[in-house]
Design a protein around this ligand. Structure first.
Ligand code: OGA
Ligand code: NI
Length: 262
């Protein structure tokens, strides 16, 4: 616990160890360690739209276990390659050049999250991770053999069969917006287990802080107008980070806030 506390994240540095995350204003039954793919990443200093100040964030690596940092970084590099490959394939599937989106990631804010869900004696009263859609372009998720991830399909929660040899790919909100809803982000949650602890590791692929996220020009037309107003990724991220710590009186920011009414 001392090592974890030394690598603790706070409202200024949104990476590192955290055990009090709130998803949609409800506290999750989990602890996480978040780390950036590119150590030293620029993000807005404040969610305030008028504030232009930027901040460099760096990973607070724990000293122990001594191999932790190297192993995490090696894993991140491999998953990053896979994520960018998948991005290329998604571009091709949309009739775009494979490298169409790559430029938005030059100063990527992508990060990985190690989730640890301790066993919970009241597992029917709480969730490891509340229902949500990932705010990124896509997520690459690895998990152990315990199980707990559920995906919403036709209004029902469907458990995902755990397979430690497989990776789960989630379409995120940024993919939904860029593709003007040809892709839809997947709603999911993680339930907790009464007896067993569970681990999962997610890579969240997200662009540079200055990118304005909006439906791609090639994918909109008079018949198919943009379904979203542009939003600044860095400001969205900074706003969302603020709601991760405590219950707020307002709902946290969602792409729905930028949806153009039908
Ligand atoms: C997440 C997430 C699910 C899981 O971290 O965004 O949805 O199975 N995790 O741990
Ligand atoms: Ni998720």
């Amino acid at each position: 616990m001392d090592e974890k506390k030394a690598a603790k994240r706070d409202e200024v540095n949104p990476v590192g160890y955290h055990d009090g995350e709130h998803t949609k204003n409800v506290r999750d039954w989990k602890e996480v360690y978040d780390f950036l793919i590119d150590d030293s990443t620029l993000i807005p200093a404040s969610p305030d739209p008028d504030c232009q100040e930027l901040r460099t964030i760096t990973n607070p690596w724990p000293e122990n276990p001594s191999q932790f940092r190297v192993v995490c970084q090696e894993y991140a590099r491999e998953m990053e390659k896979l994520a960018f490959k998948l991005m290329e394939i998604i571009c091709l599937s949309l009739g775009l050049p494979g490298g169409r989106l790559k430029g938005y990631f030059e100063e990527q804010t992508s990060f990985l999250r190690i989730n640890h869900y301790p066993p919970c004696p009241f597992s029917d009263l709480t969730l490891g991770c509340g229902r949500h859609k990932d705010f990124d372009f896509l997520t690459v998720l690895a998990q152990d053999d315990v199980g707990g991830l559920e995906v919403k399909r036709n209004g029902k929660w469907v458990p995902v069969k755990p397979d430690p040899t497989a990776l789960i790919i989630n379409v995120g909100d940024i993919c939904q917006v860029w593709s003007n809803e040809r892709y839809k982000s997947a709603e999911h949650r993680a339930v907790v287990n009464g007896e067993k602890e569970r681990y999962s590791i997610a890579l969240f692929l997200v662009p540079s802080h200055h990118v304005m996220v909006k439906p791609l020009e090639e994918l909109v037309s008079e018949e198919d107008p943009p379904k979203y107003l542009p939003y600044n990724w860095g400001k969205f991220y900074a706003t969302r980070n603020r709601s991760d710590y405590k219950k707020q009186n307002v709902d946290n920011i969602q792409i729905h806030d930028f949806r153009v009414p039908n």
